[in-house]
Write a protein that binds this ligand. Structure first.
Ligand code: AGP
Length: 612
């Protein structure tokens, strides 16, 4: 998704803006641009990477203490220099950067063309800055009022920052549906799509709310108004993250760093919630809804991508342990299929970024139907965190790699505790079973650390499959969502086609694909279904398939049949996904690196899909 960075203060804007764009690269983009005001409004932009922009503007006059910068993930208009942001107004005296989609830009553009305006790009963004200037000239109002009046005509999602030669000590920021964070320094302001470009300058931030407009002006307190022209008092919060979390810490890629952070991130998800000595599992963020959760007849989980896979693990956990009916819905389908949702339902929205448009829309739909809305998010202050009535933060720390890893295991950790918390209150598991599970849960970070020791072995295995063109991932029971997640990891960073399937389902079609060219990863750690998994493996071997088996340490039966075996530490069945996911993350990572793929920023992908 697009990245926004802006600065207004006493320092040179250029290095702050470029540093900010580099920090936002993980969001995914295909062009970049910058505008700096220093009497003249200088705009430079180019297709490609931030480094291409840097090369493009080398040697140019980049002085100035106020500016805006942007990385664009193309929606309207192909990725090229013209469609890159910032876009300028007809007079050339204003510039805008934008993240989101303006749904009625066509009709607005037609009206502006009718009034004689000419457009250079195919973007919806250029329409906004033309509209703002048209209003400013015809109504003779202040910049912030022109922005407000223009946005009142706009339908869609936006996060924008506007700069103007006529107001050199002012920036106007506004949002609806796309995130914006404002950093407040000592007579200086920072604006960005998330906190990562801000944290090294200030920890005082304001998360702009939907339909809010921020007026940033030198020597003046931050002012916020709504689109409906009501004044809002800015709520200043302290950032939790720190700079070191944003660096690679010696790893070649953020993704590898985040895979290896999982013992710590799972520990952080457990912290303050699991107390084995007292025999307590308690998600404080959902505490006010504990009784509702215990009495719930149905829980609907809405999410996308990897978060949807975590939700599927949650279904197995909640139904098996807490005996509550769970449905896991793709948010993008749920929001449009007129689902049956009542005030008796509990919706749990799962999102790493907290900004996924489809998940946000699913929440709003369920809210309108009276359901209770809880969230499991990784980003404090994110739109989804703010849209839910309560919930739990995963505390996995900033996840920079586009492919989600530590956020997935952190989400599953929260769902595991939720299932245990409800099961213990409802008595759907015996006390002895409950104590057995919480003692084992406490050991998971250590067992994940031990699993990570397989890294070199998995790297060697990856070498054998660098040229593969298709993979099949099979799993049964609670390992079925792990198979789906393993397949997604491989395809999204190595571009190798991969499918996840319930192991037994293979006979209903995919078995036709099996031959000696088809590597089949089987997550074969199941206890109850072990014999069934064995027969699935035999079915693959009988057709010359290549088996890569993930088994628990000491397994012999599967090991005899498989071509390659990865032994992971044993644990209780419900916690297996927290272990079996790790080798699949590493396998995907190493194959993608060996294929020369951009592991942290895979082609076409964005870290946070803030448009539908
Ligand atoms: C996962 O590796 C992908 N990056 C993607 O599927 C992601 O999980 C999905 O877009 C949902 O994002 P969210 O968790 O931030 O809502």
């Amino acid at each position: 998704m697009c990245g926004i960075v802006a600065y207004l203060g006493h320092r040179h804007a250029y290095p702050i803006l470029m540093n900010g764009l580099y920090r936002l690269e993980y969001r995914g983009y295909d062009s970049a641009g910058i505008a700096i005001l220093n009497d003249e409004l200088k705009v430079y932009k180019t297709k490609g990477k931030v480094s291409d922009l840097e090369a493009h503007i080398k040697g140019k006059d980049l002085s100035g203490t106020v500016g805006i910068a942007h990385t664009r993930w193309a929606t309207h208009g192909e990725p090229n220099d013209i469609n890159a942001h910032p876009h300028i107004s007809p007079s050339g005296n204003m510039a805008i950067i934008h993240n989101g989609i303006i749904e009625n830009y066509g009709s607005l553009k037609e009206e502006l063309i009718r009034r004689g305006y000419v457009f250079l790009s195919n973007t919806d963004t250029e329409v906004i800055i033309h509209l703002i200037e048209d209003i400013k000239i015809n109504e003779g109002v202040a910049l912030e009022e022109a922005v407000r009046m223009a946005l009142a005509q706009v339908i869609g999602a936006y996060a924008i920052v506007v700069i103007s030669r006529a107001s050199p000590s002012k920036l106007i920021a506004a949002r609806k549906g796309s995130p914006l964070v404002i950093g407040i320094g000592n007579n200086e302001f920072f604006v960005a799509s998330d906190a990562t470009p801000i944290v090294e300058y200030t920890k005082n931030v304001v998360y702009l709310g939907d339909e809010e407009i921020a007026v940033l002006e030198l020597d003046t307190e931050l002012k916020i108004r709504t689109i409906k022209n009501q004044e809002k008092t800015p709520y200043i919060e302290k950032l939790e993250m720190n700079l070191t979390e944003l660096e690679k810490g010696g790893y070649e890629h953020f993704m590898l760093k985040e895979i290896f952070e999982q013992p710590r991130s799972i520990q952080d998800s457990l912290r303050g919630r699991l107390n084995v000595q007292k025999g307590i599992v308690y998600l404080g963020g959902m505490g006010d809804y504990e009784q509702k959760l215990v009495n719930a007849k149905r829980i609907v989980i809405v999410a996308c991508g990897t978060s949807w896979h975590a939700g599927l693990v949650g279904e197995y956990l909640l139904e098996d342990l807490a005996r509550v009916n769970v449905e896991v819905e793709y948010a993008s389908e749920f929001r449009y299929r007129n689902p049956v949702v009542t005030e008796k339902d509990i919706i749990i929205a799962i999102s790493q970024s907290g900004e996924t448009a489809d998940t946000l829309a699913a929440i709003e739909l369920a809210k309108r139907k009276g359901a209770t809305i809880l969230g499991i998010c990784n980003v404090v202050g994110s739109s989804i965190a703010r849209a839910t009535q309560a919930g739990s933060f995963t505390h996995a720390g900033p996840e920079i790699g586009v492919a989600s890893t530590k956020a997935f295991t952190a989400q599953v950790t929260i769902l595991t505790m939720l299932a245990l918390m409800i099961a213990e209150r409802k008595g759907t598991i015996s006390k002895s079973r409950y104590y057995q599970l919480i003692h084992e849960l406490e050991k998971i970070p250590e067992k994940v650390k031990k699993t990570l020791e397989l890294n070199e072995k998995i790297k060697e295995l990856a070498r054998k499959f660098v040229s593969a063109t298709n993979f099949l991932y099979l799993g049964r029971g609670i390992n079925f969502p792990v198979a789906l997640e393993g397949a997604l990891k491989l395809k999204e960073i190595s571009y190798i086609h991969a499918e996840g399937y319930p192991a037994a389902e293979m006979k209903h079609g995919p078995i036709a694909l099996i031959d000696k060219e088809m590597p089949v990863v089987v997550v074969a750690t199941n206890k109850e279904l072990y014999d069934k998994v064995l027969s699935n493996i035999q079915e693959v071997k009988a057709r010359n398939g290549i088996i890569i088996a993930i088994v628990t340490e000491g397994d012999t039966a599967v090991a005899k049949m498989a071509d390659y075996v990865i032994e992971v530490p044993d644990t209780e069945e419900p916690f297996m996904p927290l272990i079996t996911t790790i080798p699949l993350q590493l396998l995907s990572y190493h194959i993608a690196v060996m294929r020369g793929c951009n592991v942290d920023q895979p082609r076409n992908l964005a870290k946070s899909v803030t448009v539908e």
